[in-house]
Design a protein around this ligand. Structure first.
Ligand code: DGY
Length: 327
């Protein structure tokens, strides 16, 4: 009997591709190749499964053009690239990759917070440009991290892991806002206090965004929210670019209405708003919060395991629309 055919939409590590080749006929994007939406549809013809990275939009038009598709396995925890209702209506299972990246992503959130507050990249550029002529008392003086107030917007697994780092490692007072308040034992474990959204913006010395992107979360941080922040505050976004109105952020950074920002995600990534590149008090990184080899391997392996479990046994490890399986 012919083996099911699947597509790997962007290159994964060889061991993950090898694992999939044990079960399926595999077509894989070569390293460095990113297919356009129409090329993706073309490659998907005859495929029952696809491993995606989070950068491939799976919507009603794609599903209509790929009627044989049964499962889309994202190797990211975020799945804002999925039109999940359209997938469910088409009987296509979606899976994501939660948990395996939590601690690594929290590490990076903290690294970006530190780099932003302590002006690490700005001062390095200054040094590399040969501008360092003498030591002075206020040279690249930044904001205090230990003992300050850490605000977290979006208190899922990654938010809680960042809170633990702040409270237990840096003696920070942790406040958070989330759609729903955590259970008391979870709040206690990360020593975090629930506050209203306005209070979060007003009280945080360092505010980290970790909420999932949905259309309703678009520009959660705009001019009004930035205006609530302290002029000494830093803002860190490791969630999704669309959460922040980048033009409003650029204006706030230029006018020093907030001190600094650290961004790992962008509204039009991989294109970066050119205005951001002209602002010195922002640290910019290319969506690498989960990027360690062990974690990226675990993410890709979980996506592969979802493809294998569903296409060989009719079950999935981390389904997003499990009603498709029961149907
Ligand atoms: C995720 O897993 O959602 C990360 O942002 C990588 O895309």
């Amino acid at each position: 009997m012919a083996r099911p055919a699947i597509l790997i939409a962007r290159a994964v590590f060889p061991e993950v591709e090898h694992k999939l080749r044990q079960h399926f006929e595999v077509e894989a994007a070569p390293p460095g190749v990113v297919w356009s939406p129409s090329q993706l549809v073309e490659r998907l013809q005859g495929k029952v499964g696809v491993l995606t990275t989070g950068g491939e939009r799976i919507d009603a038009a794609l599903l209509a053009a790929c009627p044989q598709l049964k499962i889309v396995a994202n190797l990211a925890v975020g799945f804002n690239n999925f039109d999940l209702p359209a997938m469910t209506a088409a009987g296509v299972l979606g899976t994501n990759a939660p948990d395996v990246l939590t601690e690594t992503t929290a590490d990076f959130g903290f690294a970006l917070l530190m780099a932003t507050a302590r002006r690490v990249t700005e001062s390095e550029h200054f040094l590399r440009a040969g501008q360092w002529k003498e030591w002075s008392l206020d040279l690249f003086a930044g904001a205090e991290v230990h003992g300050s107030t850490l605000g977290i917007l979006g208190m899922g697994r990654i938010g809680q892991a960042i809170a633990r780092r702040g409270a237990l490692g840096f003696g920070m007072q942790v406040i958070y806002h989330n759609r729903s308040r955590l259970e008391p034992d979870k709040e206690a474990a990360c020593q975090a206090r629930y506050v209203g959204k306005d209070a979060l913006f007003e009280q945080a010395d360092h505010l980290v965004l970790v909420l999932p992107y949905t259309p309703a979360a678009h520009h959660t941080v705009g001019a009004a929210e930035l205006a609530r922040m302290k002029p000494t505050a830093t803002l860190v976004n490791i969630a999704r670019g669309g959460i922040v109105d980048e033009n409003a952020l650029v204006a706030a950074l230029r006018e020093r209405r907030i001190a600094a920002a650290g961004l790992d995600v962008f509204e039009g990534e991989p294109t970066v708003n050119p205005a951001l590149l002209t602002v010195p008090n922002v640290v910019l990184t290319p969506h690498i919060a989960s990027a360690t080899i062990p974690t990226r391997t675990a993410m890709a392996t979980l996506a592969a395991d979802n493809l294998i479990a569903f296409l060989t046994e009719g079950r999935a490890l981390t389904p997003l629309n499990p009603q498709v399986i029961s149907a």
